[in-house]
Unconditional design. Sequence first.
Length: 135
Amino acid sequence: MVALIKRLSGSKIFPIIWTLLTIGLLCLPGKVIPGLGLFGIKHLDKLAHIVLFGGFVLLWGLYSWQRKKLRFDWLFALGGITILSIALGIAMEYIQVNFIPNRSFDTWDIWADVVGSVLIMFILIRFGRRLGLVV
């Protein structure tokens, strides 16, 4: 499993695809998002935000690990990635309310973005050495 993670994290392609997927999903007009079935579950969108922004930090954090072999350098990069993830979440809320039809600004979405980003950052810091992510 660790070998697979290391191999996948060596390329920018996975973090770039995840970033584009995240932005694309958050730019969908409100009419495209169904309100029934699985999408009808109250606050399911908060879980989606946690996963999307946690995935952003995870994939870019693993990629940066390949570039920064010293613990301090990697932690600094990981902190920057986390801040960038949160900033992207805030920016996307403003984009949704101003440019995407039938979408609104939701402060709780921003909090879900923060939770996902910070949770994964702490998981990577806590278990990074065990997974061989830092020296």
